[in-house]
Design a protein around this ligand. Structure first.
Ligand code: F6P
Length: 327
């Protein structure tokens, strides 16, 4: 029989993502509905090691729903990867009488939750919070929708100047291992070509496409490049075009961390609020050690192992769409 939950700990870990505050707020408000206490842990798992923990009441999360970043701060914590570090973290959890943890983050966050929950009898619930959308067991992660909107808005602006000067722009978007951001940004910004980490179309493919565009006198184009693609950096790619094709005036823009900030979109607010609420419901019902997500508009739960070890594939139909519309 599961221990009755009275005190819940919540933390955000890994890269921040817009909507994390909305998720924290939902956890605090849903817990308050059940007369439970919530403890905010600062800077991810580091806060459990350093004892940076503070009671969060309903008023503490007022006016945070619309804010980007995370009011709990975040970090990537090396010490939590060690057994010694996790032992110290357990002492903090005990000191605050915390009966269950809700952790919001990406793969690294889930890996920490997996090890800790195997070693200690503290139920963990994970919420997918990362702009990368690279977590299995959810259609979308918290922060992804805002990030692609930010990238597309930035490219719309670049498109104006690219068009005016007839320039070829290479635009780097985030995604070291996953091309979700690049794929949707490529479709949504009308990119002529998109480099994804998962697919290796190669530079020659881009050159062929540009040669055809040049015949039509279309010298202004947008090329979206995922940071983790296999063909080199945005600068390498721009150089490859300048060296191989005449007449192209190239420029490079890296959108970078702008994609991680800003007020969360409506979709991210709703997703984060839903999952924050469901995480509390899970703990109250005695559900333990699950990663939550929304699949086909329904709540989906899986083990941390499943969420970590299954690779979420890019949608083939979207890749087809990207290619067809780019021509
Ligand atoms: O995982 C989120 C992410 O924003 C990636 O898209 C990016 O590659 C990475 O974090 C950047 O990390 P950092 O903020 O540590 O430079």
């Amino acid at each position: 029989m599961s221990k009755e939950i009275k005190r819940i700990g919540v933390l955000t870990s890994g890269g921040d993502a817009p909507g994390m505050n909305a998720a924290i707020r939902a956890v605090v408000r849903a817990a308050s509905f059940h007369d439970l206490h919530v403890y905010g842990v600062f800077e991810g798992y580091k806060g459990l090691i350093n004892g940076e923990v503070k009671r969060l009441e309903s008023g503490d999360v007022a006016n945070t729903l619309q804010r980007g970043g995370t009011i709990l701060k975040t970090a990537r914590c090396e010490e939590f990867k060690t057994k010694e570090g996790r032992n110290i973290a357990y002492e903090t959890i005990k000191a605050y009488d915390i009966d269950g943890m809700i952790v919001i983050g990406g793969n690294g966050t889930y890996t920490g939750a997996k090890y800790f929950s195997e070693e200690f009898d503290i139920p963990f619930i994970g919420l997918p919070g990362t702009i990368d959308n690279d977590i299995w067991g959810t259609d979308y992660t918290i922060g992804y929708d805002t990030a692609i909107n930010t990238a597309i808005e930035a490219i719309d602006k670049i498109r104006d100047t690219a068009d005016s000067h007839n320039r070829l722009f290479f635009i780097e978007v985030m995604g070291r291992h996953a091309g979700f951001i690049a794929l949707d940004t490529g479709i949504g910004s009308g990119a002529a070509y998109t480099f994804l980490p998962e697919l290796d179309g190669g530079v020659s493919h881009l050159l062929d496409m540009l040669k055809k565009a040049a015949i039509r006198k279309k010298m202004f184009n947008i090329v979206v490049v995922a940071e983790g693609n296999a063909n080199g950096s945005v600068h390498d790619l721009a150089k490859a075009v300048e060296e191989n094709l005449k007449g192209y005036d190239t420029r490079v823009t890296t959108i970078g961390h702008m994609q991680r900030g800003g007020s969360p979109s409506a979709a991210d607010r709703v997703l984060a609020s839903t999952l924050g609420y469901e995480a509390v419901e899970c703990l109250v019902k005695g559900i333990k050690n699950k990663a939550l997500g929304i699949v086909d508009s329904r709540l989906f739960m899986c083990t941390f192992d499943e969420a970590i070890n299954n690779r979420k594939p890019l949608n083939d139909a979207k890749i087809e769409l990207l290619n067809v519309l780019a021509i």
